[in-house]
Design a protein around this ligand. Structure first.
Ligand code: GLU
Ligand code: ZN
Length: 485
Protein backbone atom coordinates (compact mmCIF):
# COMPACT_ATOMS: atom_id res chain seq x y z
CA UNK A 1 0.00 0.00 0.00
CA UNK A 2 1.23 3.47 -0.82
CA UNK A 3 1.57 5.56 2.28
CA UNK A 4 -0.20 8.75 1.32
CA UNK A 5 -0.15 11.87 3.39
CA UNK A 6 -3.56 12.16 4.99
CA UNK A 7 -5.66 14.94 3.48
CA UNK A 8 -9.16 15.70 4.73
CA UNK A 9 -11.58 18.47 4.05
CA UNK A 10 -14.60 20.14 5.54
CA UNK A 11 -16.94 21.00 2.68
CA UNK A 12 -19.95 22.88 3.95
CA UNK A 13 -22.62 24.53 1.84
CA UNK A 14 -23.11 28.15 2.89
CA UNK A 15 -26.81 27.75 3.50
CA UNK A 16 -27.14 29.26 6.93
CA UNK A 17 -25.84 28.82 10.41
CA UNK A 18 -23.29 26.29 11.64
CA UNK A 19 -25.25 23.29 12.85
CA UNK A 20 -23.66 21.29 15.65
CA UNK A 21 -23.63 18.26 13.36
CA UNK A 22 -21.62 20.19 10.79
CA UNK A 23 -19.21 21.36 13.42
CA UNK A 24 -18.71 17.78 14.55
CA UNK A 25 -17.96 16.80 10.94
CA UNK A 26 -15.42 19.62 10.72
CA UNK A 27 -13.87 18.57 14.01
CA UNK A 28 -13.52 14.89 13.12
CA UNK A 29 -12.18 15.79 9.72
CA UNK A 30 -9.63 18.08 11.33
CA UNK A 31 -8.66 15.49 13.93
CA UNK A 32 -8.18 12.71 11.39
CA UNK A 33 -5.83 14.90 9.38
CA UNK A 34 -3.95 16.38 12.29
CA UNK A 35 -3.53 13.10 14.15
CA UNK A 36 -1.37 12.03 11.19
CA UNK A 37 0.25 15.42 10.62
CA UNK A 38 -1.86 15.67 7.51
CA UNK A 39 -3.57 18.51 5.69
CA UNK A 40 -6.98 19.90 6.52
CA UNK A 41 -8.82 21.80 3.79
CA UNK A 42 -11.85 24.05 3.91
CA UNK A 43 -13.90 24.04 0.71
CA UNK A 44 -17.07 26.04 0.24
CA UNK A 45 -19.72 24.17 -1.74
CA UNK A 46 -21.88 26.88 -3.20
CA UNK A 47 -23.07 25.45 -6.49
CA UNK A 48 -26.66 25.18 -5.33
CA UNK A 49 -27.31 28.83 -6.08
CA UNK A 50 -30.87 28.79 -4.82
CA UNK A 51 -29.92 27.78 -1.31
CA UNK A 52 -27.17 30.34 -0.78
CA UNK A 53 -27.47 32.51 2.30
CA UNK A 54 -25.55 35.73 2.47
CA UNK A 55 -22.93 35.83 5.17
CA UNK A 56 -23.02 32.07 5.70
CA UNK A 57 -19.43 31.60 4.52
CA UNK A 58 -18.24 34.12 7.08
CA UNK A 59 -20.08 32.25 9.79
CA UNK A 60 -18.30 29.05 8.76
CA UNK A 61 -14.88 30.69 8.69
CA UNK A 62 -15.46 32.46 12.01
CA UNK A 63 -16.63 29.28 13.69
CA UNK A 64 -13.54 27.39 12.57
CA UNK A 65 -11.39 30.23 13.86
CA UNK A 66 -13.10 30.45 17.25
CA UNK A 67 -12.96 26.69 17.76
CA UNK A 68 -9.32 26.49 16.70
CA UNK A 69 -9.91 24.23 13.69
CA UNK A 70 -7.21 25.88 11.65
CA UNK A 71 -7.24 24.84 8.03
CA UNK A 72 -4.12 24.54 5.92
CA UNK A 73 -5.80 25.30 2.62
CA UNK A 74 -8.98 27.18 1.90
CA UNK A 75 -10.58 30.57 1.41
CA UNK A 76 -8.45 33.36 2.76
CA UNK A 77 -5.51 31.02 3.27
CA UNK A 78 -4.91 29.80 -0.27
CA UNK A 79 -3.07 26.63 -1.20
CA UNK A 80 -1.77 24.73 -4.17
CA UNK A 81 -5.16 23.37 -5.20
CA UNK A 82 -7.35 26.46 -5.14
CA UNK A 83 -9.62 28.19 -5.60
CA UNK A 84 -11.50 26.65 -2.67
CA UNK A 85 -14.91 28.06 -3.46
CA UNK A 86 -16.70 25.90 -5.97
CA UNK A 87 -18.42 28.72 -7.84
CA UNK A 88 -14.92 29.92 -8.73
CA UNK A 89 -14.07 26.52 -10.21
CA UNK A 90 -16.98 26.32 -12.61
CA UNK A 91 -15.06 25.66 -15.84
CA UNK A 92 -13.21 22.75 -14.30
CA UNK A 93 -16.37 20.71 -13.83
CA UNK A 94 -17.71 20.97 -17.36
CA UNK A 95 -14.35 19.80 -18.66
CA UNK A 96 -14.45 16.72 -16.44
CA UNK A 97 -18.10 16.01 -17.24
CA UNK A 98 -17.27 16.05 -20.94
CA UNK A 99 -14.43 13.68 -20.28
CA UNK A 100 -16.91 11.23 -18.79
CA UNK A 101 -19.18 11.61 -21.82
CA UNK A 102 -16.20 10.73 -23.96
CA UNK A 103 -15.43 7.73 -21.81
CA UNK A 104 -19.04 6.57 -22.19
CA UNK A 105 -19.91 6.89 -18.49
CA UNK A 106 -22.02 10.04 -18.77
CA UNK A 107 -24.41 11.45 -21.35
CA UNK A 108 -26.28 14.54 -22.46
CA UNK A 109 -29.94 14.72 -21.56
CA UNK A 110 -32.12 17.20 -23.43
CA UNK A 111 -35.39 16.41 -21.73
CA UNK A 112 -37.58 19.40 -21.01
CA UNK A 113 -38.74 20.26 -17.54
CA UNK A 114 -42.28 19.37 -18.57
CA UNK A 115 -41.27 15.93 -19.73
CA UNK A 116 -39.41 15.24 -16.49
CA UNK A 117 -42.30 16.48 -14.42
CA UNK A 118 -44.75 14.24 -16.25
CA UNK A 119 -42.50 11.28 -15.42
CA UNK A 120 -42.71 12.05 -11.74
CA UNK A 121 -46.47 12.17 -11.99
CA UNK A 122 -46.74 8.90 -13.86
CA UNK A 123 -44.82 6.75 -11.49
CA UNK A 124 -46.58 8.39 -8.59
CA UNK A 125 -43.71 8.04 -6.15
CA UNK A 126 -41.54 10.85 -7.40
CA UNK A 127 -39.05 8.26 -8.60
CA UNK A 128 -36.39 8.79 -11.15
CA UNK A 129 -35.53 9.55 -14.65
CA UNK A 130 -36.44 7.00 -17.33
CA UNK A 131 -33.04 7.15 -19.05
CA UNK A 132 -34.71 8.47 -22.19
CA UNK A 133 -31.53 10.13 -23.50
CA UNK A 134 -29.08 7.49 -22.37
CA UNK A 135 -28.55 6.06 -25.82
CA UNK A 136 -29.31 8.95 -28.18
CA UNK A 137 -27.42 8.60 -31.47
CA UNK A 138 -24.28 10.66 -31.60
CA UNK A 139 -25.56 12.75 -34.53
CA UNK A 140 -28.72 13.68 -32.67
CA UNK A 141 -26.69 14.77 -29.65
CA UNK A 142 -24.45 16.91 -31.81
CA UNK A 143 -27.38 18.47 -33.65
CA UNK A 144 -29.09 19.31 -30.37
CA UNK A 145 -25.96 20.87 -28.98
CA UNK A 146 -25.51 22.87 -32.16
CA UNK A 147 -29.11 24.05 -32.02
CA UNK A 148 -28.48 25.30 -28.49
CA UNK A 149 -31.07 23.08 -26.83
CA UNK A 150 -30.57 23.26 -23.07
CA UNK A 151 -29.09 20.13 -21.57
CA UNK A 152 -27.92 18.46 -18.42
CA UNK A 153 -25.22 15.82 -18.19
CA UNK A 154 -26.12 12.60 -16.40
CA UNK A 155 -24.08 9.78 -14.95
CA UNK A 156 -24.46 6.50 -16.82
CA UNK A 157 -24.95 4.00 -14.03
CA UNK A 158 -24.33 0.36 -15.02
CA UNK A 159 -27.66 -1.36 -15.49
CA UNK A 160 -26.58 -4.55 -13.79
CA UNK A 161 -24.29 -5.74 -11.07
CA UNK A 162 -23.52 -4.28 -7.68
CA UNK A 163 -21.28 -1.52 -6.42
CA UNK A 164 -19.40 -2.13 -3.23
CA UNK A 165 -17.29 0.16 -1.11
CA UNK A 166 -15.65 0.02 2.26
CA UNK A 167 -16.63 2.56 4.84
CA UNK A 168 -14.18 3.05 7.69
CA UNK A 169 -17.03 3.21 10.18
CA UNK A 170 -19.94 1.31 8.64
CA UNK A 171 -17.98 -1.46 6.96
CA UNK A 172 -18.75 -2.97 3.58
CA UNK A 173 -21.66 -1.32 1.79
CA UNK A 174 -23.08 -3.04 -1.29
CA UNK A 175 -25.78 -1.65 -3.51
CA UNK A 176 -27.48 -3.14 -6.54
CA UNK A 177 -26.79 -0.84 -9.45
CA UNK A 178 -30.40 -1.05 -10.53
CA UNK A 179 -31.26 0.84 -7.33
CA UNK A 180 -29.17 3.82 -8.48
CA UNK A 181 -30.39 6.71 -10.62
CA UNK A 182 -28.68 8.28 -13.60
CA UNK A 183 -28.12 11.36 -11.50
CA UNK A 184 -27.45 14.79 -12.93
CA UNK A 185 -23.80 15.84 -12.91
CA UNK A 186 -24.07 19.18 -14.70
CA UNK A 187 -27.22 21.27 -14.45
CA UNK A 188 -28.84 23.35 -17.18
CA UNK A 189 -27.61 26.52 -15.48
CA UNK A 190 -24.04 25.43 -16.14
CA UNK A 191 -23.38 24.64 -12.50
CA UNK A 192 -22.38 21.16 -11.42
CA UNK A 193 -24.41 19.28 -8.82
CA UNK A 194 -22.92 18.55 -5.44
CA UNK A 195 -22.95 14.90 -6.45
CA UNK A 196 -20.44 15.58 -9.16
CA UNK A 197 -18.25 18.48 -8.22
CA UNK A 198 -17.34 17.25 -4.78
CA UNK A 199 -15.88 14.11 -6.35
CA UNK A 200 -13.86 16.11 -8.88
CA UNK A 201 -12.62 18.47 -6.19
CA UNK A 202 -11.81 15.77 -3.70
CA UNK A 203 -9.69 14.11 -6.34
CA UNK A 204 -8.00 17.30 -7.56
CA UNK A 205 -7.34 18.43 -3.99
CA UNK A 206 -5.79 15.08 -3.11
CA UNK A 207 -8.32 14.27 -0.40
CA UNK A 208 -7.55 10.85 1.04
CA UNK A 209 -10.32 10.59 3.68
CA UNK A 210 -13.84 11.84 3.10
CA UNK A 211 -15.44 12.59 6.43
CA UNK A 212 -19.13 13.47 6.46
CA UNK A 213 -22.51 12.65 7.93
CA UNK A 214 -24.08 9.25 7.40
CA UNK A 215 -26.89 10.77 5.34
CA UNK A 216 -24.41 10.41 2.46
CA UNK A 217 -24.00 6.65 2.88
CA UNK A 218 -26.68 5.72 0.31
CA UNK A 219 -25.33 8.00 -2.43
CA UNK A 220 -21.71 7.07 -1.96
CA UNK A 221 -21.91 4.10 -4.39
CA UNK A 222 -22.59 6.63 -7.14
CA UNK A 223 -19.54 8.60 -6.08
CA UNK A 224 -17.45 5.46 -5.97
CA UNK A 225 -18.57 4.73 -9.54
CA UNK A 226 -17.45 8.22 -10.57
CA UNK A 227 -13.98 7.60 -9.18
CA UNK A 228 -13.91 4.34 -11.10
CA UNK A 229 -15.18 5.98 -14.29
CA UNK A 230 -12.30 8.46 -14.20
CA UNK A 231 -9.84 5.77 -13.25
CA UNK A 232 -9.05 7.58 -10.00
CA UNK A 233 -8.13 5.92 -6.73
CA UNK A 234 -11.09 5.88 -4.37
CA UNK A 235 -10.57 7.70 -1.06
CA UNK A 236 -11.31 6.25 2.36
CA UNK A 237 -14.95 6.94 3.19
CA UNK A 238 -15.65 7.87 6.79
CA UNK A 239 -19.33 8.37 7.53
CA UNK A 240 -20.21 9.68 10.96
CA UNK A 241 -23.10 8.41 13.08
CA UNK A 242 -26.35 10.33 13.19
CA UNK A 243 -26.78 13.04 15.78
CA UNK A 244 -30.00 12.73 17.72
CA UNK A 245 -31.88 14.72 20.32
CA UNK A 246 -34.13 13.46 23.10
CA UNK A 247 -37.64 14.90 23.22
CA UNK A 248 -39.53 15.69 26.39
CA UNK A 249 -41.37 12.38 26.14
CA UNK A 250 -38.04 10.57 25.95
CA UNK A 251 -38.24 9.68 22.28
CA UNK A 252 -35.13 10.12 20.23
CA UNK A 253 -35.09 11.74 16.79
CA UNK A 254 -32.75 13.65 14.52
CA UNK A 255 -31.31 16.62 16.43
CA UNK A 256 -33.36 19.69 15.63
CA UNK A 257 -34.44 23.00 17.05
CA UNK A 258 -37.17 21.47 19.14
CA UNK A 259 -34.50 19.77 21.24
CA UNK A 260 -32.74 23.04 22.00
CA UNK A 261 -30.11 25.26 20.41
CA UNK A 262 -28.57 23.46 17.46
CA UNK A 263 -26.21 26.00 16.04
CA UNK A 264 -22.80 26.87 17.35
CA UNK A 265 -23.75 30.54 17.41
CA UNK A 266 -26.87 29.88 19.51
CA UNK A 267 -24.87 27.88 22.00
CA UNK A 268 -22.14 30.49 22.40
CA UNK A 269 -24.78 33.21 22.64
CA UNK A 270 -26.24 31.22 25.51
CA UNK A 271 -22.90 31.25 27.29
CA UNK A 272 -21.34 27.95 26.33
CA UNK A 273 -17.59 28.18 25.83
CA UNK A 274 -16.27 27.14 22.41
CA UNK A 275 -13.69 24.82 23.97
CA UNK A 276 -16.38 23.09 26.05
CA UNK A 277 -18.58 22.64 22.98
CA UNK A 278 -15.68 21.20 21.01
CA UNK A 279 -14.76 18.82 23.81
CA UNK A 280 -18.34 17.69 24.24
CA UNK A 281 -19.10 17.10 20.57
CA UNK A 282 -15.84 15.22 20.14
CA UNK A 283 -17.40 12.56 22.35
CA UNK A 284 -20.61 12.41 20.32
CA UNK A 285 -19.65 9.50 18.15
CA UNK A 286 -16.10 8.86 19.23
CA UNK A 287 -14.84 7.03 22.28
CA UNK A 288 -11.33 7.56 23.64
CA UNK A 289 -9.42 4.37 24.38
CA UNK A 290 -7.95 3.18 27.65
CA UNK A 291 -9.10 6.15 29.64
CA UNK A 292 -12.05 7.28 31.66
CA UNK A 293 -11.03 10.87 31.14
CA UNK A 294 -13.53 12.97 29.25
CA UNK A 295 -11.69 16.28 29.29
CA UNK A 296 -9.58 16.99 26.25
CA UNK A 297 -8.08 20.12 24.80
CA UNK A 298 -8.00 20.25 21.02
CA UNK A 299 -4.36 19.17 21.08
CA UNK A 300 -5.16 16.27 23.35
CA UNK A 301 -8.01 15.25 21.06
CA UNK A 302 -5.63 15.38 18.12
CA UNK A 303 -3.26 13.09 19.96
CA UNK A 304 -5.94 10.64 21.10
CA UNK A 305 -8.21 10.53 18.07
CA UNK A 306 -8.39 7.42 15.97
CA UNK A 307 -10.70 6.28 13.23
CA UNK A 308 -11.48 2.99 14.90
CA UNK A 309 -12.85 4.82 17.93
CA UNK A 310 -15.75 6.19 15.89
CA UNK A 311 -19.04 4.39 16.59
CA UNK A 312 -21.72 3.78 14.06
CA UNK A 313 -24.65 3.89 16.42
CA UNK A 314 -26.43 7.24 16.65
CA UNK A 315 -25.30 9.63 19.37
CA UNK A 316 -27.72 11.59 21.49
CA UNK A 317 -26.91 15.22 22.18
CA UNK A 318 -27.42 15.63 25.91
CA UNK A 319 -27.92 19.25 26.91
CA UNK A 320 -27.55 18.46 30.61
CA UNK A 321 -24.20 16.90 29.98
CA UNK A 322 -23.04 19.85 27.92
CA UNK A 323 -24.10 22.19 30.71
CA UNK A 324 -22.10 20.18 33.21
CA UNK A 325 -19.08 20.16 30.91
CA UNK A 326 -19.38 23.86 30.41
CA UNK A 327 -19.53 24.55 34.15
CA UNK A 328 -16.35 22.55 34.60
CA UNK A 329 -14.67 24.56 31.87
CA UNK A 330 -15.85 27.83 33.40
CA UNK A 331 -14.37 26.87 36.76
CA UNK A 332 -11.02 26.18 35.14
CA UNK A 333 -10.72 29.68 33.68
CA UNK A 334 -8.35 32.13 35.36
CA UNK A 335 -10.21 35.00 37.07
CA UNK A 336 -9.02 37.40 34.36
CA UNK A 337 -10.15 35.10 31.58
CA UNK A 338 -13.48 34.52 33.28
CA UNK A 339 -14.02 38.26 33.58
CA UNK A 340 -13.26 38.72 29.89
CA UNK A 341 -15.69 36.01 28.85
CA UNK A 342 -18.35 37.09 31.32
CA UNK A 343 -18.48 40.80 30.49
CA UNK A 344 -20.49 40.49 27.26
CA UNK A 345 -23.15 38.61 29.21
CA UNK A 346 -23.58 41.18 31.95
CA UNK A 347 -26.26 43.79 31.49
CA UNK A 348 -26.79 44.56 35.18
CA UNK A 349 -25.19 47.90 35.88
CA UNK A 350 -22.48 47.61 38.48
CA UNK A 351 -19.29 49.55 39.14
CA UNK A 352 -16.24 47.81 37.79
CA UNK A 353 -14.55 47.42 41.21
CA UNK A 354 -17.72 45.85 42.58
CA UNK A 355 -17.90 43.50 39.65
CA UNK A 356 -14.34 42.42 40.33
CA UNK A 357 -15.42 41.29 43.76
CA UNK A 358 -18.68 39.71 42.64
CA UNK A 359 -17.35 37.62 39.77
CA UNK A 360 -15.27 35.26 41.92
CA UNK A 361 -18.45 34.44 43.82
CA UNK A 362 -20.24 33.54 40.59
CA UNK A 363 -17.55 31.64 38.75
CA UNK A 364 -17.88 28.42 40.76
CA UNK A 365 -21.66 28.49 40.69
CA UNK A 366 -22.80 28.62 37.08
CA UNK A 367 -23.21 26.22 34.17
CA UNK A 368 -23.22 28.84 31.44
CA UNK A 369 -22.41 32.52 31.17
CA UNK A 370 -25.99 33.57 30.51
CA UNK A 371 -26.80 32.61 34.12
CA UNK A 372 -24.62 35.39 35.51
CA UNK A 373 -27.04 38.28 35.14
CA UNK A 374 -29.77 36.52 37.07
CA UNK A 375 -27.35 35.59 39.82
CA UNK A 376 -25.89 39.06 40.37
CA UNK A 377 -28.85 41.35 39.70
CA UNK A 378 -29.59 41.67 43.44
CA UNK A 379 -26.30 43.46 43.97
CA UNK A 380 -27.48 46.33 41.86
CA UNK A 381 -31.10 46.41 43.03
CA UNK A 382 -32.80 44.72 45.94
CA UNK A 383 -35.51 42.45 44.54
CA UNK A 384 -39.09 42.99 45.61
CA UNK A 385 -39.90 40.17 47.99
CA UNK A 386 -42.62 39.02 50.33
CA UNK A 387 -41.07 38.98 53.79
CA UNK A 388 -43.62 36.48 55.06
CA UNK A 389 -42.29 34.04 52.48
CA UNK A 390 -38.61 34.87 52.38
CA UNK A 391 -37.76 34.52 56.05
CA UNK A 392 -38.36 30.83 56.40
CA UNK A 393 -35.63 28.28 56.98
CA UNK A 394 -36.41 24.91 58.43
CA UNK A 395 -32.88 23.86 59.17
CA UNK A 396 -32.18 26.97 61.23
CA UNK A 397 -35.70 27.25 62.61
CA UNK A 398 -36.18 30.68 61.12
CA UNK A 399 -39.68 32.13 60.75
CA UNK A 400 -40.72 35.72 59.99
CA UNK A 401 -41.29 36.22 63.75
CA UNK A 402 -37.86 34.89 64.62
CA UNK A 403 -36.28 37.07 61.92
CA UNK A 404 -38.16 40.10 63.09
CA UNK A 405 -36.86 39.58 66.62
CA UNK A 406 -33.29 39.18 65.43
CA UNK A 407 -32.96 42.12 63.06
CA UNK A 408 -32.47 44.95 65.59
CA UNK A 409 -29.58 43.04 67.17
CA UNK A 410 -28.02 42.36 63.76
CA UNK A 411 -28.28 46.03 62.87
CA UNK A 412 -26.68 47.28 66.04
CA UNK A 413 -23.89 44.70 65.82
CA UNK A 414 -23.13 45.83 62.27
CA UNK A 415 -23.28 49.53 63.08
CA UNK A 416 -20.38 49.03 65.43
CA UNK A 417 -18.14 47.55 62.74
CA UNK A 418 -15.67 50.17 61.63
CA UNK A 419 -13.45 48.29 59.23
CA UNK A 420 -16.02 46.82 56.83
CA UNK A 421 -14.88 43.50 55.40
CA UNK A 422 -15.89 39.89 55.27
CA UNK A 423 -13.82 38.88 58.33
CA UNK A 424 -14.88 41.72 60.62
CA UNK A 425 -18.49 41.32 59.58
CA UNK A 426 -18.40 37.61 60.15
CA UNK A 427 -16.86 38.14 63.58
CA UNK A 428 -19.51 40.72 64.49
CA UNK A 429 -22.41 38.50 63.49
CA UNK A 430 -21.10 35.37 65.17
CA UNK A 431 -20.37 37.36 68.33
CA UNK A 432 -23.93 38.63 68.29
CA UNK A 433 -25.24 35.08 67.84
CA UNK A 434 -23.19 33.86 70.77
CA UNK A 435 -24.24 36.70 73.08
CA UNK A 436 -27.89 36.11 72.24
CA UNK A 437 -27.60 32.33 72.37
CA UNK A 438 -28.87 31.99 68.80
CA UNK A 439 -27.39 29.56 66.30
CA UNK A 440 -25.04 31.51 64.05
CA UNK A 441 -26.58 29.72 61.06
CA UNK A 442 -29.89 31.39 61.83
CA UNK A 443 -28.33 34.83 62.14
CA UNK A 444 -26.43 34.42 58.88
CA UNK A 445 -29.53 33.17 57.10
CA UNK A 446 -31.60 36.15 58.22
CA UNK A 447 -28.84 38.60 57.39
CA UNK A 448 -28.30 37.12 53.97
CA UNK A 449 -31.99 37.03 53.10
CA UNK A 450 -32.35 40.64 54.22
CA UNK A 451 -29.45 42.01 52.19
CA UNK A 452 -30.14 39.96 49.06
CA UNK A 453 -33.89 39.41 49.09
CA UNK A 454 -33.08 35.79 48.17
CA UNK A 455 -32.64 32.46 49.88
CA UNK A 456 -30.05 31.24 47.40
CA UNK A 457 -27.16 33.54 46.55
CA UNK A 458 -23.64 33.37 45.25
CA UNK A 459 -21.61 33.96 48.39
CA UNK A 460 -22.59 34.13 52.04
CA UNK A 461 -24.12 36.96 54.06
CA UNK A 462 -20.92 38.72 54.99
CA UNK A 463 -19.30 38.35 51.55
CA UNK A 464 -22.36 40.06 50.11
CA UNK A 465 -22.34 42.76 52.78
CA UNK A 466 -18.72 43.55 52.15
CA UNK A 467 -19.49 44.16 48.49
CA UNK A 468 -22.66 46.16 49.17
CA UNK A 469 -20.87 48.45 51.63
CA UNK A 470 -22.04 49.69 54.99
CA UNK A 471 -24.71 52.17 53.88
CA UNK A 472 -26.41 49.90 51.42
CA UNK A 473 -26.32 46.98 53.85
CA UNK A 474 -27.93 49.00 56.64
CA UNK A 475 -30.51 50.36 54.21
CA UNK A 476 -31.46 46.85 53.12
CA UNK A 477 -31.75 45.72 56.74
CA UNK A 478 -34.01 48.70 57.42
CA UNK A 479 -36.22 47.69 54.47
CA UNK A 480 -36.38 44.10 55.76
CA UNK A 481 -37.43 45.33 59.20
CA UNK A 482 -40.12 47.43 57.57
CA UNK A 483 -41.36 44.61 55.35
CA UNK A 484 -41.50 42.22 58.27
CA UNK A 485 -43.81 44.80 59.86
N1 GLU B 1 -21.76 20.34 0.98
C1 GLU B 1 -22.13 19.11 1.60
C2 GLU B 1 -22.85 19.39 2.88
O1 GLU B 1 -22.75 20.47 3.39
C3 GLU B 1 -20.86 18.34 1.87
C4 GLU B 1 -20.99 16.90 2.11
C5 GLU B 1 -19.60 16.29 2.04
O2 GLU B 1 -18.84 16.50 2.98
O3 GLU B 1 -19.27 15.67 1.04
O4 GLU B 1 -23.55 18.55 3.38
ZN1 ZN C 1 -33.33 13.06 -21.16
Amino acid sequence: MINRNVVTRFAPSPTGYMHIGNLRTALYSYLIAKHSDGTFILRIEDTDRERLVEGATDVIIDTLKVTGLRYDEGPGVGGANGPYIQSERKEIYLRYAKELVERGTAYYCFCSKERLESLHKEDGIGGGYDRHCRDLPKEEVEANLKAGIPYVIRQKIPLEGTTTYEDAVFGTISTENKELQDQILMKADGYPTYNFCHVVDDHLMGVTHIVRGSEYLPSTPKYALLYDAFGWQRPVFVHLPLLMGRGEDGTVSKLSKRHGAVSFADLTADGYLPEAIVNYIALLGWCPKNTENEFFTLDELTEAFSLDGINKSPSVFDYEKLLWFNGEYIRKLTPEEFRKRALPFISVSLASDKLDRILPLVQPRIGKLSEIDGKIAFFSALPVYDAAELFHNKKNKVTPEVASGMLPGIVSALKKVSEWNNDTLFAALTAFAEESAIKSGAVLFVARAAVSGLTVTPGGATEIMEILGKNETLERLRIATERLG
